[in-house]
Write a protein that binds this ligand. Structure first.
Ligand SMILES: [Zn+2]
Length: 236
C-alpha cells in the first residue's frame, strides 16, 4: 500500500462511518417514534384538562344532589308536621314553608340537569381520549421495538466499519493523521480528494492543465494539496 492509497482507504472508511451515523440518526423508525411521542404528549395534555373539568363537574353534581336530598328531607318534616298540626296559623306557616322548599328543590334540580348536560360530552371526550392514549401507548411500544431493531442492524455495521477504520488509521503516521483529522473537521468530513481527469473530487474545481501536470509529477509518497480547497489530493 502506498501513502496515497492508505489515505484514500482511511477517507473511505470515515465517509462510510459518517454515512452510517447519519443513517442511524435519521432512521424512519426514529421519526415514527418521535411523531407518536409528540401526539401522545398532546393527548396527555388534553386528558389532563378533560379530567380536571370532569372532576369539577362531578363535584358540582354531587353538591347539588346533596342539597336536593337535604331539601327533600326538610319537606318530609314539614309534611309530617302538617299532618299532625291543628292550629290554623301554624298550618299556614307550614304550607308556605313547603311551597318555598318545593321552589328551592325545582331550582336545584334545574341546576343539576344543567350540570349533567355539561358533564355528558366531557365524559364522552374523556373516554375517547383515554382510548386514544391506550392505542398510542400500544403503537409506541411497537414503534420503539422497530427502532431498536433498526438501530441494532446499523450498530452491527458501525462496529464493523469502526474496526475497518481503526485498521486504516493504523497505517498512517501520527502527525499526518492529526493533519487529516484537522482537514476533515474543517472540510465537511472530506480530508482526502482524488484528481479525476483535471477535477478535484473534493471541491469539484477543474484545475489548470499545468497544475494537474505538476501534481502528477510529484513522487507517490509526496503530500499534495488541492490549492482551491486545501484537501490532500491523491492522483492516479
Ligand atoms: Zn479541491
Amino acid at each position: 500500500m502506498t501513502l496515497q492509497s492508505d489515505l484514500l482507504a482511511l477517507q473511505h472508511s470515515d465517509t462510510h462511518l459518517d454515512q452510517l451515523r447519519h443513517r442511524r440518526a435519521h432512521l424512519s423508525e426514529r421519526s415514527d417514534v418521535q411523531t407518536l411521542e409528540a401526539t401522545l404528549a398532546d393527548v396527555d395534555a388534553e386528558l389532563e384538562k378533560l379530567s380536571s373539568r370532569n372532576t369539577d363537574l362531578s363535584r358540582s353534581q354531587q353538591r347539588l344532589e346533596d342539597e336536593v336530598a337535604s331539601v327533600e328531607q326538610k319537606r318530609a318534616e314539614v309534611d309530617r308536621k302538617l299532618a299532625g298540626g291543628t292550629v290554623p296559623r301554624e298550618l299556614q306557616a307550614l304550607v308556605d314553608e313547603g311551597d318555598s322548599l318545593r321552589r328551592r328543590q325545582r331550582s336545584l334540580e334545574d341546576d343539576l340537569l344543567e350540570v349533567m348536560e355539561l358533564a355528558e360530552p366531557v365524559a364522552a371526550q374523556l373516554a375517547a381520549s383515554q382510548e386514544q392514549q391506550r392505542d398510542l401507548h400500544g403503537r409506541l411500544e411497537v414503534a420503539r421495538s422497530a427502532l431498536s431493531t433498526a438501530e441494532s442492524t446499523v450498530d452491527a455495521e458501525l462496529r464493523e466499519a469502526e474496526a475497518a477504520r481503526a485498521g486504516a488509521a493504523a497505517a498512517i503516521a501520527d502527525p499526518l493523521l492529526k493533519e487529516y483529522e484537522r482537514l476533515r473537521a474543517r472540510l465537511d468530513g472530506v480530508a482526502v480528494s482524488e484528481l479525476v481527469g483535471t477535477t478535484c473530487t473534493g471541491c469539484h474545481t477543474t484545475l489548470a492543465a499545468m497544475e494537474c501536470e505538476r501534481i502528477r509529477r510529484e513522487p507517490p509518497d509526496a503530500l499534495v494539496h488541492c490549492e482551491p480547497c486545501g484537501r490532500i489530493v491523491v492522483r492516479p
